[in-house]
Write a protein of this length. Structure first.
Length: 425
């Protein structure tokens, strides 16, 4: 089934940042993925797929969306509840009540095949998948423990069976993490487990509460109330270094991390907004500005997804960032041409400005080259080629109707050309 996305004009700070030379992540475009009047929530994203929990059939089902085709599809619509999906590659996992208790199931999008992962007679909940590993909360021992499963070998294994409760596991890059009550109820701590060595280790034992940990690429992030409100903290497993991510005096909840960026939802504006933090630059940036509530973000590459209540019920939304945490240039989604878009004239004007300034500088640089002026090497070489590349990208995006992205790349070209012009002066 093909869905028509609702594309939203986003007023971002990317234009200001590009002109001023500030390097930071920002939103290029925001789009609405689901429009069903029932609740769609708890999204997960990987590659070209978004998956979520969906209430349209009167119970909780799992649905998905292909970002390259705009096609929505069902994954599991069993009459019992399916909850809390997670995706990696073409594999989706969730917990499922069809057997009278919560079990973990999976689905291969490439083959259309559903399969059980754990159907122990006790409850298994909150599965997360990364690589070949699936981890979940498990009640088989009379308390909440953490178990795992290797899809490549079909092997289940215990991760933590301490007699206290362990909650909300997460896994990434061979490390499982969770929040743990072994040091006292009301004193949540964060622990980790190296799957390859079978070694457990503490991550944060601060006397305050630490919860909802997530991990990717040796970075762990969690919520932390050591300052009297819920903040976001992080930890680099490779160096053993803890660091604050966001200590705003309002509450921040439910972080997610992918490579260099941590995202979360934030109460500082009187509603729930999505924020991000780029670790390499130490820069925080706002992702959503709508006055409704946006919650539970996930990030992969340059895509951020969340569930959003701006229309009165929860729907799935997506933001495209101007950085790509998978490497290379950001990828932007195809969209149908909208000739009435208010961004069309602005993008057209920007592209014309780039074309004019590029022609002017090409003439200036040609004269500098003819005169063997050292300014040619210093000011022209590489800069004009890079600006030309950005201009071509802007022109291509403009022709496809992606005016916001076209305007962004035109501004990138203008920044480079202005630097070259100032250098030649």
């Amino acid at each position: 089934m093909h869905r028509i996305q609702k594309w939203i004009l986003v007023v971002t700070i990317s234009s200001i940042m590009v002109i001023s030379g500030i390097s930071s992540a920002s939103v290029v475009r925001e789009s609405q993925i689901t429009t069903n009047t029932n609740t769609q929530w708890r999204p997960s994203v990987w590659g070209k797929y978004i998956v979520w929990q969906d209430q349209r059939n009167g119970n909780a089902d799992i649905y998905g969306y292909d970002l390259t085709t705009g096609a929505e599809f069902s994954i599991c619509t069993n009459v019992f509840n399916q909850e809390h999906p997670s995706i990696y590659g073409s594999t989706v996992v969730w917990y499922d009540w069809r057997n009278g208790n919560a079990d973990v199931y999976g689905y291969d999008l490439s083959t259309g095949t559903e399969f059980p992962i754990c159907t122990n007679v006790n409850n298994q909940r909150l599965p997360i998948i990364y690589g070949t590993y699936v981890v979940w909360n498990d009640w088989r021992n009379g308390n909440w423990d953490i178990y795992g499963y290797d899809l490549s070998t079909g092997t289940e294994f215990p991760i933590c069976t301490n007699t206290a409760h362990q909650y909300f596991p997460n896994v990434g890059s061979g490390i499982a993490v969770w929040w743990d009550e072994r040091n006292g109820i009301g004193n949540w701590d964060i622990y980790g487990y190296d799957i390859s060595t079978g070694t457990e280790f503490p991550i944060c034992l601060n006397p305050g509460n630490q919860g909802y940990p997530v991990t990717h690429n040796n970075v762990v992030a969690w919520i932390d109330d050591r300052n009297g409100n819920w903040d976001i903290y992080g930890y680099d497993v490779s160096t053993g270094t803890e660091f604050p991510v966001c200590t705003n005096t309002s509450d921040q909840f439910r972080p997610w991390v992918f490579n260099d960026v941590i995202v979360w939802f934030d109460m500082r504006n009187g509603n729930q907004d999505i924020y991000g933090y780029q670790m390499s630059s130490g820069t925080e940036f706002q992702i959503t500005t709508n006055t409704g509530d946006q919650r539970h973000p996930k990030i992969q590459c340059n895509y951020v997804v969340w569930h959003d209540r701006r229309d009165g019920n929860y729907n799935i939304y997506l933001a495209e960032l101007d950085i790509n945490e998978c490497g290379g240039q950001p990828t932007f989604l195809y969209r149908p041409v909208d000739y009435n878009s208010p961004m069309r004239s602005l993008a057209s004007t920007r592209i014309s400005e780039v074309q004019g300034l590029l022609e002017e500088l090409q003439n200036t640089c040609e004269k500098l080259k003819e005169n063997d002026d050292p300014l040619y090497e210093r000011c022209c070489v590489d800069r004009l080629d890079e600006a030309q590349k950005y201009l071509e990208k802007a022109e291509t995006l403009f022709m496809s109707g992606n005016y916001i992205a076209a305007n962004y790349w035109a501004l990138k070209a203008l920044e480079i050309l202005q630097e070259a012009k100032d250098c030649c002066s």
